[in-house]
Structure formats: C-alpha cells, structure tokens
Design a protein around this ligand. Sequence first.
Ligand code: ASP
Length: 584
Amino acid sequence: MYRTHTCGELRLEHQGTETTLAGWVQRKRELGGMTFVDLRDRYGITQLVFDENTSSELTDKLKKIGREYVIQATGLVRERSSKNKNIATGDIEIDVKALNVLSASATPPFTIEDESDGGDDIRMKYRYLDLRRNPVRENLVLRSNMAHAIRSYLNEQQFIETETPVLIKSTPEGARDFVVPSRMNEGEFYALPQSPQTFKQLLMVAGFDRYYQIVKCFRDEDLRADRQPEFTQIDCEMAFVEQEDVLNTFEGLTKHLFKTIKNVEVTDFPRMPYSEAIANYGSDKPDTRFEMLINDLTEVVKGKDFKVFDEAEFIGGICATGCAEYTRKQLDALTNWVKRPQIGAKGLVYVKCNEDGTFKSSVDKFYAQEDLQQWAAGCNAQPGDLILVLSGDKSHTLDALGALRLEMGKQLGLMDKNTFKPLWVVDFPLLEWDEETQRHYAMHHPFTAPKPEDIALLDTEPGKVRANAYDLVINGVEIGGGSVRIFDSELQAKMFSLLGFTKEEAEAQFGFLMNAFKFGAPPHAGIAFGFDRLVSLFAGLDTIRDVIAFPKNNAGRDVMIDSPSTISDAQLDELNLRVELKNK
Ligand code: ASP
C-alpha cells in the first residue's frame, strides 16, 4: 500500500495515528535543527517534520530530496505548535519515522504553488507541471463535476448517449474544416466534424428520440481568447418536440447545473426576440446583468443643422448613471475607445446632465437646453447622468453602442462575476446576406426550420424570414444554440437552393440526409452548448483555455508536444501527398 491517507485528509482527531502519505515535495525548509517538508497531492498539503532525533539514515535521504521529488513518508500524526489556518490540515503535522524516495525530480522550470512565477509560455510547455497547481487543477475538477451533473440530468430525462464518427465528410457550409487524407482512398479526404449535426438528425430518423453526447468538435478558424481549434460541445437532439419543449428541457439542465454545482437558484429565465436584443442591447448575446439600454434618438436629434446627425441613418444613445462628473480626460479616452478600428465609430457625442438640471454637451453649438432636455427624456436620464451618443448606419451604430455599453458596464463595475443572468434569444433571422459573395448564408445552419408563418416569404423576401432558432445566453456569453429542424425533404431542397446550391451540389453534399427524410422523419429539434465556455463561466474565467487540460496556444499550436509538425517523406508518399510538393 503506497498510502493510508491523502495529504488533505488528516485532522486533530487523527493525533497518534500512524500514517503513510505519498506525494510531491512542494517545499523543504530547515529551521533550528528541524526540517519541514510540505507534501502535496491532489487533495491538499500536509506538513512533515524531521526533528533532531531523526536517524542519520533518514537525514541522508532527506538531504537529497528537493522540490517535486515524489516521496513516501510514514510517521505519527501530532498536533502542531504553530497552526496554519490557511490549509485544512493546518492543525497537525507528521513526525516522520521512515522516508522513501519514489521518484527524483529535476528542478522545475517555475514554482508550483498557487501563485506561480512562470509566464504563460513556459507553463504551457510544461502543462503537466502547471496542472499540479491548485487553481489550474480545480478548474478541471469543476469540469469533471459539471460533465457528471450533465450526464445525470440527461440520463434521467431518457436521453441516450451515442458516439458519432470523427472521420466524416467536408462540407462547404459553416467554418473551415480540418481535413485528414485517406491512405486507402487515394486523393480523398475525411473531415473532422464541426458538429455532429447531420448524424444526430439521422439518429432521430432512426427513432432514438433523445440523443446527447459530450463531444469534441473541430473548426479551423482564426483563434481568439475564447476559441480553440478543438472544443467540446454538449450536443443534443430530440424528436416529437417543438421549440418550447427544447427550451424547457435545457432551461432545466441549466438550472440543475447552477443548483448542483454552484448552489445558485435561478428563477428568472426570460425569452427575448432577436430584434429586441439588437435594438436594446446592440447584440444578439445581451449581458442582462445591467440595464443601460440603447435608446433610439434618431427622430429627436435631427433637424438642428448638425450635419453628422442629419445625414445619419440612425442615432442612438445610452445613459451612464451617475457619470455626469466624467472629466475631459475620461471623455477623450472614451472617444478614442469608440474610434478604435474594432469599434469603428467616427466620434462620440456626450451630454452631461448636471445636478442643477442644466446640460453640458459636446454639441452645444447646435442644440439648446430644451433640445438636450428632450434627449435626456429619450434616454430616461436623470440629473447626474451622462448620455453617450453614436450615429451612422443602423447596424454598425447599434453594434458600436452595444460595445460601448459593455465598456461602460465594465468601468462602472456592473458585471459581477457571481451574478448569473441567463436568457433565451429567440426568433433569429433564417438567413444572412453577404455583400462580398452576394448570397444568403444560413444564420444558424441549413437544417434550421423557418417559422411556419414566414414560409410564404421564402420566395419573395427571404431576408425577412425568421427561424425557429434559439440561443442560450448567460452574462453576455453565447453558451448554446440550436433550432427546430426541417424534416421534409422538399423544404430542405428548397433551403439548399436558397443558399445557392445547385441540385447536384445539394445531392452530393447532403443527399444522404434528404434521402433519409424520405423514410419517415419525425419532427425534431436540438441544441448544442459550448461546454468549455460553460465551465469557464462557472469558474469565473475569461478564457476557455484555463478549463482545458491540454489547450492550444493562440497560433493553434500545442507547444508541449510541438504540434502541428511535419511528417516524414515516407508518410507523405503513403498518403500520396508528395506529388504536389515535387511539382513545385
Ligand atoms: N450543431 C449546431 C452547432 O454546432 C447546434 C445545433 O443546432 O444543435 O452550432
């Protein structure tokens, strides 16, 4: 037996017990003839003591061990004279009688303690050492607990966990695929799934009725802080359901997770049409922890010879409560902030609503006090508040106001990480027009059903058709999305044609699905949650990297195993991939 207890287990009540612990040496310190070793394992830290009476054999062994050695120590549990309130085992220590070095360690490249001196890059290279640190490991324990709670909820609801293939077929829709050359089928490629979408729909045709899978998905996109080339989804599909059934089931899952994992009771779970989210929050993933809604001032501000506004399609404002005292410097900083290319506003107009009922604005030349009074009314602003106004074309301006709203929320401390505000955004448009390629794209994916009452518009004004599609948003983060599916092969064929597929292309890409629909497809709908994002939200983190055991860096590289890497000529030959290179 390697150990009788873990390093997080022993308390005062164990006094006098003989114990054997095994773990890593976090620290060794000598103090007045005594040596103290902090022994760490996944459960905690226990102090080992070697006093003056320690045998010379033990002392010799002790001399050799250093940080991160793996040792086994046996001794009696005794009360500590100076207790450490910061750790659970802080009342006791082990008076060591026997010591065994199980494994030596090279000097670690950074300190393996809660606060590390290692930079990001070095910790990524030695991720297995970083994972020894409590805060890093705790995120992964949280992840494991959440996966467990998800499975137990879905199993309870009769969902069948089913694996779908990882080597599938490349499709032109959606993001870029990762592809895998096929050795046995020369010149042909598999693709890694961006999601198991078509497979889960086929499982509904197969009569599985309720499917789920916690599954890796792959998208070859440019990376951002919250993106990884491979990520995990909680992927689900249900048959004989309407949108409402899916929303209720996954509202239930969300509440179950908050209750079991965080002991948070979520009561309010509103539904908000997409159009309302855009108009009020300038975003399809509104952060509803705070108000500061966008107000349409277009009618109110026009006609006063201020050219910028008179020529703008849309003018909107937000009211920052209690910010009338903002200094010139703060306002300049905000102006520069909205002018950054990411936001793209041309400028920022402000109105200070002074405590004495007067107004001071950056456009006083054009607007009298009575005019500004109307702006204030339009924004529900009170004395002491600051109104921030942007103008331009409607969709960009709403975007920019949405971003400015979040920035002000951050500056004013309105985004508390321990407050959770989930909601459903519903009634998304079915299609999105792309100027560059001059065609429609599916806003969600091509299998999403239009709202029955909007189907007639498909031929006349496809851009106006709304979809039975929904997103779960929590604190401004899109946690999941899904839709009611098309289950009629003709409507599906029509959808493909709207998306610019020829009959032949649709047949070649998705013939298997349309064909399956000819054999009795039940009405069905589904959803997928981004598991990494959900865990990072629960952990109060800003990036999903911290909740993934072995993540990739911003360049899509695994710096620990050094991947991607080149492959040998022999491998290239076997895959028939060298032809191209030879011809160059
Ligand atoms: N497959 C979709 C996605 O990955 C989710 C769904 O519609 O179920 O976004």
